[in-house]
Design a protein around this ligand. Structure first.
Ligand code: NAD
Length: 427
């Protein structure tokens, strides 16, 4: 990863541009371009070999004018406070653009779960909650899974929170296992949400999904469900890329007649890394990690990490690309965004494209509050409605005001949050 790239600077620059367009006053700008609350803490964990490792954890609440903070917890060796700040800010805009009554938060721990046993991961999750339990909660700030955290991690965290507070609080955290307060459809929600917006964008462009080919970066939760639904609606996927923990680098796996999700899943570990030797045996061409962006594809779906479409990689993008759906948070730098805009590529910005996850998390909270659970079809149907109407509102505004899609999404989201802060009398 580029050490000089700072996602928070990107998030603030994106905000500043739209704040000018919306004519926000100085106080409002100052409030919305910064986090309202930030917590940094240490988490000591007794490791399996008897030694104690001390991990650094974070929780950032960017803004809660529209409702309790909402946002995942990421376990990553390169986690930084600025990454968490940026992701928390993007969560505020994400909840606002799909119009759910939540604010933006994010958490993280600097660690590599690949190198931690299950017991060590459990202690880390419980330790994270012990450090922050007074400052998060169902009515203040609600965590969820993110990169390298999953339903099991969420349940350990819930159990610790409920033990500390002496009662059941299923709304404390989302992304829980189904049957333990989790919502059916949550697993699929982000990836499917990306494709609901891709489907709508293609409709607008007058292109049939069956006539398109996509290249995908990442092979984790978001990417594989995006691939699943995209293939169901007729699209073909030429390549996927993922991180290889053993080689400490990324690879792209290409099959010109289309990658098979089921086949690749049989050779993928629990962190979304595909075994390159087995992939080779199955007829995949194994290429450099950045090759996903160079493929002859109509659609690019970055669904791994931030800063992946940057000044260097964007120049390698095929002329065939006509649509980019940002499954990951912050995958595109400001410079690359300019190129995408100039090339007239239809962009579905991250906080709209990947809002399916938080929308379903909101549905999970609603179900927990009722203690009554919907079927998967019902949940995904409601998700489709929310994503489709959010997409249409953004693309209508973009067309009407001749705005770039990212700017149109920001205008809607920032305006909603600024209004909420004003109604509350904060600014
Ligand atoms: P995940 O941990 O399940 O998968 C991440 C994938 O990215 C893995 O396949 C990993 O191998 C791959 N990867 C990591 N570094 C890479 C690199 N340098 N090059 C290529 N591949 C690389 O994570 P996820 O939940 O699928 O999240 C992916 C992105 O989507 C993140 O930006 C996350 O913040 C965002 N997101 C996730 C959700 C969700 O519900 N899971 C919701 C909204 C946004």
């Amino acid at each position: 990863m580029d050490k000089t790239y700072n996602p928070f600077t990107t998030a603030q620059e994106q905000f500043d541009k739209v704040a000018e367009m919306l004519n926000l006053d100085q106080a409002m700008k100052k409030m919305l371009r910064n986090s309202m609350r930030e917590y940094h803490f240490l988490i000591p964990v007794r490791m399996d070999d008897g030694s104690v490792e001390v991990f650094r954890g974070f929780r950032v609440l960017h803004n809660d004018a529209r409702g309790p903070g909402k946002g995942g917890i990421r376990f990553h060796p390169q986690e930084t406070i600025d990454t968490v700040r940026a992701l928390a800010m993007w969560m505020t805009w994400k909840c606002a653009v799909v119009d759910i009554p939540l604010g933006g938060g994010k958490g993280g721990v600097i660690c590599d779960p690949h190198n931690l046993s299950s017991r060590e991961q459990e202690l880390l999750c419980r330790g994270w909650v012990r450090q922050i339990s007074k400052n998060v909660g169902p009515l203040s700030d609600v965590p969820a899974p993110d990169v390298m955290t999953n339903a099991q991690h969420m349940l350990w965290m819930l159990d610790e929170y409920e033990t500390i507070h002496g009662a059941k609080y299923p709304g404390f955290i989302t992304g829980k296992p189904v049957g333990m307060g989790g919502s059916l459809g949550r697993k699929e929600a982000t990836g499917y949400g990306v494709i609901f917006t891709v489907r709508e964008a293609l409709k607008e462009m007058g292109v049939r999904p069956e006539d398109t080919i996509a290249s995908v970066q990442g092979f984790g939760n978001v990417a594989r469900h995006a691939i699943e639904l995209y293939q169901q609606i007729g699209g073909g996927v030429i390549a996927v890329s993922c991180w290889d923990q053993k080689d400490n680098t990324s690879y792209t796996f290409r099959k010109t007649d289309g990658v098979s999700l089921d086949e690749l899943l049989t050779i993928t570990d629990s962190f979304g890394s595909i075994d390159k030797n087995k992939a080779s045996d199955l007829g995949y061409t194994v290429l450099d990690g950045s090759a996903w962006i160079e493929q002859e594809a109509d659609i690019l779906i970055p669904a791994a990490l931030e800063n992946q479409i940057n000044a260097e990689t964007v120049s390698k993008m095929s002329q065939r690309v006509k649509l980019i759906a940002e499954g990951a948070n912050g995958p595109t730098t400001i410079e690359a965004d300019e190129t995408i805009k100039k090339r007239n590529i239809f962009l579905i910005p991250d906080f709209l494209a990947n809002a399916g996850g938080v929308t379903c998390s909101y549905f999970e909270q609603v179900q927990c509050n009722m203690n009554y659970y919907w079927t998967k079809e019902e949940t995904l149907g409601k998700l489709d409605e929310k994503m489709t109407s959010a997409f249409i509102a953004v693309s209508d505004l973009a067309r009407e005001k001749k705005l770039y899609m990212r700017d149109a999404a920001y205008v809607i989201a920032i305006d909603r949050v600024a209004k909420a802060a004003r109604y509350r009398g904060w600014v």
